[in-house]
Design a protein around this ligand. Structure first.
Ligand SMILES: Nc1ncnc2c1ncn2[C@@H]1O[C@H](COP(=O)(O)OP(=O)(O)OP(=O)(O)O)[C@@H](O)[C@H]1O
Length: 384
């Protein structure tokens, strides 16, 4: 057996990432033993972080595929074992870099992760739909994206990303975010409940603990962007967020309706009280393209002007330009994508709603260029 063959095998194993931790299995101490017999068959033992790891099939497949490609390898005999408590502890320490526990990495000075919290005045305006699609659009741009579903009342994000039944893997006290098919890592307040059907009836301190747990006890790795789906309104979670992540920038979602715009402004006021910046406004359900006449005829189901009004009011209040970043039409594909766990920005990126959401995602991720000279006004549409 030549040492170069073993070198090639090691190099191949180093290309396999743990699907949850998103780091090479070789770095995580997951490769236990590797030998090659005279016939060129690799006998490898890879250790899972926990017994019953939900992603063991993915690890099995990825390791086998990587080894199969190595020149000189004629077969793969892969055994999956489980780390001992000691091995897990060593991995946990290396992941946290020896840092004290319960430290929120995104709040540390010098953190390179952009944090956007998506807020709305009232429920049902499409805040979760917008959040999920922005996350997936940013991941499609090649960014490392994490998503915290902090919507206590409606934690619908996992279902919208197709991971409704997934529970996070826990390595001792470290929680792994759930990876999704779209490349977004997600953790939801719903995943912290002992049972899925349990109602979250938590008050301030419990909610605060849950938020800190999702930020500090979850191994997020190096993220480019962290999105938080907040509960509607200006409640306990918004206050906790302001205390723990004052550097989070707030994106306000509203519908065009006058009443909705009025309450959405309060979400912006809350941000001001917590000394957070409002990065922009997204108007959802702006119009419906008439199914008979086509794109020229836009039906304003919920009226018009709400997004521009919120942007304008917040601009005046903050003394800086708070732009209207996008106007998302009402489209069945957006709802269907959410119901099916396949966000529309991925399944049908050319649909008008998807294109608008992709535009918002691009402006948020590369804002310096995107926001300059943005219009605050509405595009003219005809009345119903
Ligand atoms: N532009 C749109 N076109 C069609 N359907 C939409 C659109 N935006 C949202 N929806 C649908 O409206 C419903 C409410 O959306 P969503 O759950 O995202 O709202 P929300 O503001 O997060 O609500 P809550 O905060 O109360 O949970 C969902 O069924 C969603 O699929």
């Amino acid at each position: 057996m030549s040492s170069t063959l073993l070198d090639r095998i090691s190099a191949a194993l180093a290309t396999v990432n743990d699907p949850e931790i998103k780091r090479p299995i070789t770095e995580l101490g997951m490769v236990d033993t590797v030998t090659v017999d005279d016939a060129g068959v690799v006998h490898a033992k890879v250790l899972l972080t926990v017994a019953g790891c939900p992603l063991k099939d993915t690890i099995n497949r990825d390791v086998t595929a990587a080894l199969d490609k190595v020149e000189g390898v004629t077969g793969v005999d892969l055994e999956l074992g489980v780390m001992t408590a000691e091995q897990r502890g060593a991995m946990r320490d290396s992941l946290s870099g020896g840092a004290a526990q319960r430290e929120i990495p995104f709040a540390k000075p010098g953190s390179l992760t952009k944090v956007f919290a998506i807020a709305s005045g009232k429920g049902g305006v499409g805040k979760s739909t917008v959040t999920v699609n922005l996350a997936v659009a940013m991941a499609a741009e090649g960014l490392k994206v994490g998503l915290v579903d902090a919507d206590v009342y409606g934690h619908s994000v996992p279902a919208m990303l197709g991971v409704a039944d997934s529970r996070p893997t826990q390595v001792d006290d470290l929680i792994m975010p759930v990876p999704t098919a779209s490349g977004v890592s997600v953790i939801s307040i719903g995943m912290l409940k002992p049972r899925r059907d349990q109602v979250v009836a938590w008050r301030g301190p419990m909610l605060d603990r849950a938020l800190v747990q999702m930020l500090a006890d979850v191994y997020w790795g190096d993220l480019d962007v962290l999105l938080l789906d907040l509960p509607p309104g200006t409640g306990d979670i918004a206050i906790s967020l302001g205390q723990h992540l004052p550097n989070a920038e707030i994106l306000v979602v509203t519908t065009p309706q006058e009443a909705a715009a009025e309450v959405a402004e309060r979400a912006g006021t809350m941000a001001e009280m917590m000394h957070q910046r409002v990065v922009g406004v997204v108007e959802n359900m702006s119009y419906l393209v008439c199914p008979h006449c086509g794109p020229e005829h836009k039906i304003e189901v919920f009226g018009s002007g709400g997004g521009a009004r919120v942007a304008d009011t917040l601009s005046k209040r903050f003394g800086t330009q708070v732009p209207l970043l996008g106007q998302i039409p009402l489209e069945p594909s957006l709802r269907e994508g959410g119901d099916a766990g396949k966000p529309v920005v991925e399944s049908d990126p050319t649909a008008a709603a998807a294109a608008e959401l992709i535009g918002v995602a691009q402006r948020l991720s590369g804002r310096s260029r995107g926001l300059a000279g943005m219009q605050l006004g509405l595009t003219p549409t005809s009345k119903f």
